[in-house]
Design a protein around this ligand. Structure first.
Ligand code: DX5
Ligand code: ZN
Length: 221
C-alpha cells in the first residue's frame, strides 16, 4: 500500500502545529522533513529544533528526514536521538555511503540513500538489501514547487522490478514535483512512499482533505 509523506518544506511555519495536526487528521502516517545546508544544495531550511517540534506535535508519526547536506554522517546520531525514524542522505555527498548506512542501522534508524535525478539507481546495487528505502529525487534537490522531471517513471519501474526480482521489501520513496495528475501513475510504477509538499500544503484550509484524497488515490498500489 503506497503512502503519502507530506513535506513540511511547503508549510506555513507560523502555523506549523495546526498544519501538522491537519495532516495527521487526514491520515498522514509519515512526515517528510527536508534538511538543507546551503552548500550541498543552494538553499537553507532547518535542522534539529524543527525536527524536535514535529516530534512534540505528533508523537506517533513516522518522521522521514531527508538530509541534503555535505558530511551527512555528522548529523545522523543527533537526528535519530531527537526523533527521526527514517533518515536518508545523498549518495552524491557521501563516497563512504555504505558505512553511513551501517551507522544509521546501528543507531536504530531506518536507512535510505537519496539519489539526484541524474544518478542511476544501479549505483546502490551493492547495498540494496541493507536499505529500508531508496529515495529517488524526481526534481533537482533544493526547492519545493518544481516541475516533475519526466523520464523518472522508468527509473522507478526498473528499480521496483529489481527489488521484486531479489525478493526484497525495500521501499521506494519519490520526492518532488508530484501533482494531482501524476501521483497515481507514480504509485503504479512502484513508488511506495510519495513525498509531496506544495500539493498538500498549498491550500492551508484543505490540508486534511488533501491528505485523505491523495492517500486514497495511491493506497491500492
Ligand atoms: C526538494 C525536497 C522535497 C520538496 C518537494 O528538494 O526534497 O521534499 O519538499 O516539494 P514539492 O512536492 O512541492 O515538489
Ligand atoms: Zn525531500
Amino acid at each position: 500500500m503506497a503512502k503519502l509523506a507530506p513535506s513540511i518544506l511547503s508549510c506555513d511555519f507560523s502555523q506549523l502545529k495546526e498544519e501538522l495536526l491537519s495532516a495527521w487528521e487526514g491520515g498522514a502516517e509519515i512526515i517528510h522533513v527536508d534538511v538543507m545546508d546551503g552548500h550541498f544544495v543552494p538553499n537553507f531550511t532547518f535542522g534539529l529544533p524543527i525536527l524536535k517540534a514535529v516530534r512534540k506535535i505528533l508523537p506517533q508519526v513516522t518522521i522521514d528526514v531527508h538530509l541534503m547536506t555535505d558530511d551527512p554522517r555528522l548529523y545522523i546520531a543527533d537526528f535519530i536521538r531527537e526523533g527521526a525514524n527514517m533518515i536518508s542522505f545523498h549518495l552524491e555527498a557521501s563516497p563512504d555511503y555504505s558505512s553511513i548506512v551501517d551507522e544509521i542501522i546501528k543507531r536504530g534508524g531506518r536507512p535510505g540513500v537519496a539519489l539526484a535525478p541524474g544518478t542511476p539507481w544501479q549505483c546502490l546495487s551493492p547495498v540494496l538489501d541493507r536499505l529500508y528505502y531508496v529515495h529517488l529525487m524526481t526534481v533537482h534537490p533544493g526547492f519545493g514547487g518544481q516541475k516533475f522531471i519526466s523520464g523518472m517513471e522508468d527509473k522507478i519501474s526498473t528499480l521496483r522490478q529489481e527489488i521484486r526480482k531479489r525478493g526484497l521489501s525495500t521501499e521506494i520513496e519519490i520526492d518532488g514535483g508530484v501533482n494531482d495528475q501524476n501521483i497515481e501513475y507514480l504509485a503504479f510504477c512502484g513508488a511506495s512512499i510519495i513525498a509531496a509538499g506544495s500539493l498538500v500544503f498549498a491550500h492551508p484550509e484543505d490540508i486534511a482533505a488533501r491528505v485523505k484524497i491523495l492517500s486514497e488515490k495511491i493506497k491500492q498500489y
